[in-house]
Write a protein that binds this ligand. Structure first.
Ligand SMILES: [Fe+2]
Ligand SMILES: [Fe+2]
Length: 261
């Protein structure tokens, strides 16, 4: 069974030239055999894991952390929404600064939109469309909501294409700057409620449509897909890439969002 082991992204990760996700980073995944559990009443693997930890080596003072506990599929999807929200903050700051007449290097917008395309559209949303939404349709649950969400994925891809096409001329005349601002603001308007509905309606309900084994298998499938697409340590690399963009657009200092009075 594949077990996700949390690791920090390499500290020297840089933005420049990192347009493709290199697989040459420390392993995020390790093949680890699970112990042979025989625990009456243990109906799921994480319950068995927790039980084995409690029973292991009584009297030992070895420090334990929860890092070896696999990421659940819903946690996985929700933290990907965190990346999405941070890209939206970059768009929001970019639109405000362009609108205020500032000169912003278009590469910031291009790389933010490329991350949106590669990580959100081509990976996260593809996972939702292939592995999450069909379960709701099959169960007849939240079908109208799922249909709207799916339509919005298509609209989101078009907006990202528009941002990519418009970024190069975002330093141009007023009309060109306005086109860039409009595309970014439309993306913000689309995705904030979209992600909020998935976080509060779709993902919490997903468990009720699946058996524990199916839920476990979904987690493994999502992780395998992430590794196949982005290599080991994929999420951490993407988060680091977004953090570098935040530094360039000025959204990296969280404290600036705190009211002064
Ligand atoms: Fe979605
Ligand atoms: Fe989503």
């Amino acid at each position: 069974m594949l077990v996700r082991v949390q690791q920090r992204a390499p500290s020297d990760a840089t933005l420049a030239g990192d347009r493709r996700f290199s697989p040459s980073v420390p392993a995020l995944w390790e093949e680890q055999p699970w112990p042979a559990f025989s625990i009456p009443g243990a109906t799921c693997w994480w319950a068995a894991l927790a039980d084995s930890h409690r029973q292991a080596a009584p009297g030992k003072t070895t420090k334990k952390t929860a890092e070896s506990v696999p990421v659940t599929p819903t946690e996985d999807l929700m933290r990907e929404h965190g990346v999405l929200q941070r890209i939206l903050l970059i768009y929001e700051a970019g639109a405000r600064r362009i609108g205020g007449g500032e000169d912003i290097d278009p590469v910031v917008f291009t790389q933010a939109a490329e991350t949106m395309r590669d990580f959100i559209h081509d990976y996260h949303e593809k996972s939702e469309e292939e592995l999450v939404f069909p379960r709701f349709k099959k169960a007849g649950r939240m079908v109208e909501l799922v249909e709207v969400l799916q339509v919005q994925h298509t609209a989101g891809r078009k907006l990202t294409d528009r941002i990519l096409q418009t970024a190069e001329t975002s330093r141009g005349n007023k009309e060109q700057r306005t086109a860039m601002i409009d595309a970014m603001q439309a993306t913000i308007t689309l995705y904030r409620p979209h992600a909020a509905r998935e976080d509060t309606n779709i993902f919490p309900t997903l468990r009720s449509l699946m058996t524990p084994n199916e839920f476990e298998e979904l987690g493994e499938t999502l992780e395998k897909s992430e590794v196949a697409k982005f290599g080991n340590d994929g999420f951490e690399k993407v988060a680091k890439r977004v953090e570098q963009l935040e530094k360039r657009i000025g959204t990296d200092d969280l404290a600036q969002a705190t009211p002064k009075n």
